[in-house]
Structure formats: structure tokens, C-alpha cells
Design a protein around this ligand. Structure first.
Ligand SMILES: [Zn+2]
Length: 663
């Protein structure tokens, strides 16, 4: 360690962070099963469970250790061992010993978000306090804990010290880290008004905790969680230098945890790219960390024993692998499930990964397009602008990486940056000046010398966009008006290939005659800036596509991107839009991996088996020596023409991966 830090003093901190973080989770093929144990599982047969997981087969287990319930004979005061733990036995110790003897890794799971009534009675100041002064407790008589209290800060350290000294864990994971403002039923519990929060917030912001969260409060809460994360990280790395620390936040962790699911309470339309989104964003915004995207089979928290359809669950596991992570699957309790369909559905992927997992290690996105990720809520699952563009790029087979790292904004490596909404981030201005292309949407003025705003139209329901220039939009040759609605930023007139047809074009049919009305209000602004180019759609096409999937909007974006890239898209293919294609690089092995995930089984809120596809013409930008199957035994005929290596993917059932070897 001392040598590394000396080198760090000499070279950049970034490189050194990378060098230090090459833990087992970055260099080994991981296939993970998470067993969320119940108290009643404390007496389980550890040897049997290890063998069941090993033969599934998985090589890493996320195993419950302590917090709400300790599955080992803890000696820490107010940390309660499970009543179902047989006297004289140590489930955690036995399980880890047995797993390690079978070459399996074990990541311990803790949950410090809740504690029993006895803990609350002893230390009410550790707990979440609602606006009315009452604690938050649930039907299981568990009380919610506040991130700023002594439980997370002191008791947690005491518990972890005991566990880390007793057990040679390969990592630790913390569930539900920080103050989450909803309970298990999804009910709002408001903000914590405990004395610790109140005092700390007053010291830092000189005011009381607000009733509703604002920017300062969000920052306060985020930093409160980060403080605890740093403490835990330091302790884990001190006691077990080779172990990883992971939770749902990105700061001070070695890996980022996310969950992919089809929970029934999520708003429609169903988001079928959740695994892709998590892994793509995680690995590209934090390239020195791994992403553990835990695939949840159950219908939701209220139905933990009822799983969703197998092909949908499998699709998340493929997405994890195709974006550079690995299969990770969650069961409540043991492998003995009342509904066996989910385990049965995902097992073939684990069997496949046992054979080929080593070929997946060290993947990095080779995409030449960036989907710009804002740090705030706009990237999240609630941002329709972001998700609309995510789908548009995916369905158009334009590989992209989600990131906001300025060091990635290099026009030599990145052909286009898509900003789904909002201002042009300052970091992108230099990129455009130096020759980069940016596609920006939304109703916020982007700056960068564009014409001034005339007016912000809040609601444009029953408007259209008139296509004026078909050389730019050849795919829209059979229409001259596309539907749109939502907010629109009218800029002063400039030459534009698309103009606004104002609101008012609906029934009764007798009166729908204003479509002929011509305006010069721009629907798209194209501007050369420095060596680069900005395309600004002053309306929310991402949101519209997320909700309505209008094909004219997809074609519009397709033509616009082709215009910006002079036709030089990275992949040319006739693959069906339901096939997700990712293009990954393995720099250490001088090769690329092309993944095709067949999501054609999705229909509405259902998942059926994917429809098999045959003979997919594919051209990849670049001159590759040969294209082979993953084990190298099958060589696909390929030809290099006009900058692209062309080949045919003969079969695509659910998932296929090909190797492209460099010359
Ligand atoms: Zn608090």
C-alpha cells in the first residue's frame, strides 16, 4: 500500500484509483446469488446450501449476516441474534468456511435501516422522527433508523468490527443505506426531524429542517450518507484489505448496487431496459467500480414469493452481461422456493456463464455516441426525456454510453453527444468547438449563440411539426406533418428544416382546416459552432417517444443523427428494433464483443419467449480480422467494405455474442 501511495504522489490520482481498485470484483467472472435470509432460516444446513448454489452454478453469494437480525452468535449489545439460530451454532461462520472451501466468494449483507423495539427504547435518539415527533415503525415492530444517529455512526462500527474480525468475508453490502422517505408499503414518511438531523442541518445551513425536501436538504442527506459510507469503507479496507464495500451509493464504494425488476407499482410504460440502464450508466460514469445489478424475480415487495415471467427476468441478466457486468439473481430465503419457475428460468444463463464467464471480464463500452447523464434526477427512472432517447438509440442500434465525465468528451473518440433536455453543460462547449456534434432537445435555451427566445409555449396540445426539408429527412418522405405536444421554446426565426403548426387542429372534423397554416417558427435549429455542430430540437421529443413511441419521431431522430454523422453510424444492420445491440471492447485482449439481446418477447406488460431471428446483416465500423463465436470454434465469413466489416449473424434466439478480433 505504501508503494502505491508513493506512486500516487508521482502520477495522477485517477490512474492510481484505477490501480488500487483492481480487486477480485474487477478481474474475476462473477455469477452471484443473493439469499435474503429470513430469521427462520438461521438453522439452515450451510453445507447443503453451498452445494445447491455451487451446482446451480454460481460462484459468489450475497449472504445475510446481521443488522436487523444476526445469523451468528453476536456479542454486541443491542444487536440481536436470530431466535432460530440453534444454540452453539454459527451460520455465518459455517457458511463462509464451507463456501471458501468450495472456491466461492461470500459478500456479507447488513441492514442497518431498522431495529427492534428494545433498541428504540434504549436509544430513541438514533431513530427516524417524523414531523409530528413520532417514530416510524412497521407491522413487524421494527423501527426506522436515521442515518445521522448513533446507530449508523457508532453501533454500526461496533457490529462491523466484530463481524470483520470474526469472518474472512470477500466484501460487505448494506441494504437500504441512508434515509429513504418511503416505507415498505411505498407510503411517504416525510423527512426526519430527529435532534441529530436538526442540529447538523442548523450547523451546516443555518436553518431548520424543511417540511418538503429542497436542494439544500437533498445535499445534506446525500452528504450524511456519504459520511457513513466513508467510515464503513475505511473500516472494511482496514480489517479486510481485499474485501469490497458496496451499497446503493457511488461515493467511497468499490461497487455500485442497483436492482432490476418489473415491480407492478412502477408507472407504465414498462421499462424493459432497466439492467442495461444501470450497468451502462454505472460502468461509464464510474469506470473504476463494478456494478452489481441484482435482478429481482418477484412481482414486488408485497409478493416476494410470486415471480414474474422467466423470459423477462432472463432479459435483465443478458443486459447485465451485454453491458459489462455479470448475472446476479436474488431469492428470498434459500434455493427452496415455493415458486420454482424463476430459478428454473435463469439457471441456463448461469450454466452458460460458468462455461464462458471468463470471456466477459474487462469489457468496456466501445460506443462512439454518449447519452449525457445529468447528476440530478433527470437521468433517473422518472426522466422520460432520458428514457425516450435511451430507447430511440437502442431501437436504432446506435451503441451509446451513458456518462457525464468531461474526460470522455473527445471528438476523436466520440462522434455525437445526445443531451435529452436542459442547458448545454459547460463541459460540452469545448467539445463542440473542437469538432464534436451535439443533439439537444427540450425547451430550455441552450445558449451557445443561438437566436434569442421569443416565447416559451407551455402547452402545445394538438400541434404539429411541418417537414420543410426532405433532403434532411428522407425517411419522412410520405408525411409533411408529425404530431407533437408539450412545451416548446420559440426562438427567433432562422433557417429551419421544420416549422411549427400551432395548436388547434382537432374536432369536429368540419373545422380541422388550419393544417395549411404556415409559420416560420423553428422546430429544429442547426448551428455550426467552431469546428462542430449543434442540433437543437426545442421540444421534448424524448418524453413523447417514451410515452407514445410514434414511429415518425423515431425516423426523425434517425435522419437527424445520420445527418450529424454524415451517415457514419457505428453499426449498420437490418436487425429488428427489439434487438438490443451493444458493442464492447476488451483492450487487454485486442478484441471486441458484439452482444445481441432479443427482447421481442416483450408485449405490453407481458414477457413471452423471444421470437427467433435469422440472418441478421451487420456491418461494424472498423476493419476486423475475423468474427468468431465466443469459444472461437465458429468463424463467420466477413468482408471489409468502405470502412465497415460486414457479416451475417445466422441465428439469434434470446441472446448471442460474437468476438471481433483486431488485426
Ligand atoms: Zn434524523
Amino acid at each position: 500500500m505504501k508503494i502505491i501511495w508513493t506512486i500516487c504522489a508521482l502520477f495522477s490520482a485517477v490512474l492510481c484509483t484505477m490501480a488500487q481498485s483492481q480487486g477480485w470484483w474487477m478481474t474475476e467472472p462473477i455469477s452471484l446469488i443473493q439469499t435474503n435470509l429470513r430469521e427462520t432460516d438461521s438453522g439452515l444446513d450451510a453445507k447443503k446450501l453451498v452445494q445447491e448454489i455451487k451446482s446451480f452454478p454460481a460462484n459468489t453469494v450475497l449472504f445475510s449476516v446481521g443488522g436487523i437480525t444476526a445469523h451468528y452468535p453476536t456479542e454486541v449489545d443491542l444487536h440481536f441474534r436470530s431466535e432460530y439460530l440453534p444454540k452453539g451454532e454459527d451460520l455465518v461462520g459455517t457458511f463462509i468456511e464451507e463456501a471458501h472451501a468450495n472456491d466461492m466468494r461470500v459478500i456479507g449483507r447488513f441492514d442497518f435501516s431498522r431495529a427492534r423495539r428494545e433498541v428504540y427504547n434504549a436509544h430513541p435518539e438514533w431513530f427516524y422522527k417524523q414531523t409530528d415527533g413520532n417514530p416510524v415503525f412497521d407491522s413487524n415492530d421494527l423501527y426506522s433508523i436515521c442515518i445521522n444517529g448513533g446507530y449508523y455512526h457508532d453501533k454500526g462500527i461496533e457490529i462491523l468490527t466484530e463481524a470483520l474480525e470474526k469472518y474472512p468475508v470477500d466484501g460487505l453490502f448494506f441494504n437500504w443505506f441512508g434515509n429513504i422517505r418511503k416505507d415498505y408499503f411505498g407510503r411517504d414518511i416525510g423527512l426526519c426531524h430527529c435532534d441529530n438531523c436538526a442540529r447538523k442541518f442548523m450547523e451546516e445551513y443555518n436553518r431548520s429542517i424543511p417540511l418538503e425536501p429542497d436542494a439544500e436538504y437533498e445535499k445534506f442527506l446525500f452528504e450524511s450518507a456519504v459520511q457513513v459510507a466513508k467510515k464503513y469503507r475505511d473500516l472494511i479496507h482496514e480489517k479486510r484489505p481485499k474485501a469490497l464495500f458496496m451499497t446503493y451509493i457511488e461515493e467511497y464504494t468499490d461497487a455500485i448496487v442497483s436492482e432490476a425488476d418489473y415491480y407492478k407499482w412502477r408507472s407504465l410504460p414498462q421499462w424493459i431496459y432497466m439492467g442495461s440502464e444501470h450497468v451502462n450508466r454505472g460502468l461509464n460514469t464510474k469506470p473504476d467500480k463494478m456494478v452489481f445489478d441484482l435482478v429481482m424475480p418477484y412481482q414486488e415487495m408485497l409478493y416476494r414469493f410470486a415471480s414474474t415471467a422467466g423470459p423477462g427476468i432472463r432479459s435483465f441478466l443478458y443486459q447485465n452481461m451485454a453491458h459489462g457486468a455479470f448475472p446476479a439473481f436474488v431469492v428470498l430465503g434459500t434455493m427452496d422456493q415455493p415458486d420454482k419457475t424463476a430459478l428454473k428460468a435463469v439457471r441456463p444463463i448461469f450454466q452458460y456463464y460458468e462455461k464462458y464467464g471468463h470471456e466477459y471480464v474487462g469489457q468496456r463500452s466501445a460506443a462512439r455516441v454518449i447519452l449525457y447523464a445529468r447528476q440530478d434526477e433527470t437521468w433517473s427512472r422518472n426522466s422520460q426525456d432520458h428514457r425516450g432517447f435511451f430507447r430511440l438509440l437502442t431501437e436504432l442500434h446506435i451503441p451509446f454510453k451513458i456518462t457525464n465525465r468531461p474526460q470522455d468528451f473527445d471528438p476523436k473518440k466520440i462522434d455525437l453527444i445526445v443531451v435529452p433536455e436542459g442547458k448545454i453543460p459547460p463541459a460540452l462547449e469545448d467539445y463542440i468547438e473542437a469538432g464534436g456534434k451535439v443533439l439537444l432537445a427540450g425547451s430550455t435555451h441552450p445558449g451557445m449563440g443561438l437566436e434569442p427566445t421569443v416565447k416559451l409555449w407551455e402547452n402545445t396540445t394538438s400541434s404539429y411539426m411541418r417537414i420543410e426539408d426532405y433532403t434532411l429527412f428522407p425517411s419522412l418522405k410520405d408525411t409533411w406533418a408529425t404530431f407533437w405536444e408539450g412545451s416548446y421554446l420559440e426562438l427567433q426565426v432562422s433557417p429551419t428544416p421544420m416549422t411549427l403548426i400551432p395548436p388547434g387542429q382537432f374536432g369536429p372534423p368540419d373545422k380541422v382546416d388550419r393544417l395549411d397554416e404556415k409559420t416560420d417558427k423553428p422546430g429544429l435549429v442547426l448551428k455550426d459552432i467552431g469546428e462542430g455542430k449543434l442540433a437543437f430540437l426545442p421540444w421534448h421529443i424524448g418524453q413523447l417517444y417514451y410515452r407514445h413511441s410514434n414511429d415518425k419521431h423515431r425516423l426523425l431522430i434517425y435522419d437527424l443523427i445520420n445527418h450529424l454523422l454524415d451517415g457514419g453510424v457505428q453499426i449498420k444492420t437490418n436487425a429488428h428494433p427489439s434487438v438490443e445491440i451493444t458493442f464492447m471492447h476488451q483492450p487487454d485482449q485486442d478484441r471486441h464483443l458484439l452482444h445481441l439481446t432479443n427482447l421481442s418477447g416483450h408485449s405490453g406488460t407481458a414477457f413471452f419467449d423471444a421470437i427467433p431471428m435469422r440472418n441478421i446483416d451487420t456491418g461494424i465500423m472498423g476493419d476486423f480480422q475475423r468474427v468468431t463465436s465466443l469459444d472461437g470454434t465458429e468463424i463467420l465469413p466477413s468482408v471489409y467494405v468502405d470502412g465497415y466489416t460486414h457479416f451475417v449473424v445466422p441465428n439469434l434466439d434470446e441472446y448471442e455474442v460474437l468476438m471481433l478480433h483486431e488485426r
